[in-house]
Design a protein around this ligand. Structure first.
Ligand code: ZN
Length: 246
C-alpha cells in the first residue's frame, strides 16, 4: 500500500499539475490531500475541481484553515491571506464552496491520522513548528502516525520514550526509513507555496510495505503562477514568495 500526500496546494495550478503528473507516474494506491486547497493562488476553481475529482476516485481529503476561511464569517488572518480569501470567494461557485465546507477536520485511517494542522485541537489550527508542538499533537491521539501540513515546512518528528520528539528533515527523493512501532508526527511540505527556502513543489509518498516515506521536490513554472497572481490583482508579495520558497 502506497499513499501519496498532497498538502497546501493553495490555488497553484502549475504546482498541482506538476505534482499530480509525477505522483500518477508513481501509481500510488491512494491520495490523501491534507487541506488548504485554495487561498493565496490564482486558480482556486481548478484546484478545488481537481481535488474533488481525486475525492470522487477515493482520495481522502481534510479541511484546511483557508478552505474554512472562504466560507461564511470573517476569518482572523494576515492582511495578504485575508485579501486572497476575499478574492477567492468571488471565484468559487456554490458547488466548490459546498465541497470545501463539507470536508472533515481529521480522518482516521487504520493507525494513521490525517489532519491539516495538528491532532491537538485541529479546528484551532495550531502550527507544528517545534518538537514540543509535535509531541502535543501525538499526545492528543492514539494514532501511531499523524500526517499534517499547514506550516509548509517539511519535517518528521519521531516520538522518544521520554515523551519528547526528535526532528528529522527529509531529504529529497530518498526513501526515509520510518521507525517500526515508534510513533511519529509527519509534516509534509507544501505543493503550492513552499516556505523552506526551496521554491520546488513538495509532495510525499508513504510506502507502508517498506515502511518508508519519500519526499519529492519538483521544479514547476512558478513564474507563470506568479504572473497569474499579479494579473488577478492579488497582493504582489503572494507572487514574489513563490520564486523564493518563502
Ligand atoms: Zn497552508
Amino acid at each position: 500500500m502506497r499513499i501519496a500526500f498532497l498538502s497546501d496546494i493553495h490555488g497553484n495550478r502549475e504546482a498541482l499539475e506538476t505534482c499530480l503528473a509525477h505522483a500518477l507516474g508513481e501509481a500510488p494506491d491512494r491520495f490523501v490531500v491534507l487541506g488548504d486547497i485554495v487561498g493565496y493562488g490564482a486558480d482556486p476553481v481548478f484546484c478545488a475541481e481537481a481535488v474533488a475529482a481525486l475525492a470522487a476516485h477515493g482520495a481522502v481529503v481534510v479541511k484546511g484553515n483557508h478552505d474554512e476561511a472562504v466560507g461564511p464569517g470573517m476569518p482572523s488572518m494576515t492582511r495578504d491571506a485575508l485579501a486572497a480569501v476575499m478574492w477567492t470567494r468571488t471565484q468559487l461557485g456554490a458547488g466548490h464552496l459546498g465541497f470545501l465546507a463539507g470536508l472533515p477536520l481529521a480522518v482516521r485511517d487504520a493507525d494513521r491520522l490525517y489532519v491539516h494542522a495538528s491532532a491537538d485541537r485541529p479546528g484551532h489550527w495550531p502550527y507544528i513548528m517545534s518538537d514540543r508542538d509535535a509531541a502535543l499533537s501525538l499526545a492528543a491521539t492514539d494514532a501511531v502516525m499523524v500526517f499534517s501540513g499547514h506550516t509548509h515546512v517539511p519535517a518528521v518528528f519521531p516520538l522518544r520514550a521520554d515523551g519528547g520528539c526528535d526532528i528529522v528533515v527529509p531529504s529529497t527523493g530518498v526513501p526515509m526509513r520510518l521507525w517500526p512501532r515508534q510513533r511519529c508526527q509527519v509534516v509534509v511540505g507544501s505543493v503550492g507555496q513552499p516556505r523552506d527556502g526551496n521554491p520546488a513543489a513538495a509532495y510525499s509518498i508513504l510506502d507502508l510495505g517498506r515502511a518508508t516515506l519519500t519526499q519529492y521536490r519538483l521544479t514547476y513554472d512558478h513564474a507563470r503562477a506568479a504572473g497569474k497572481i499579479l494579473a488577478a490583482g492579488l497582493p504582489p508579495r503572494l507572487a514574489d514568495r513563490l520564486a523564493l520558497g518563502q
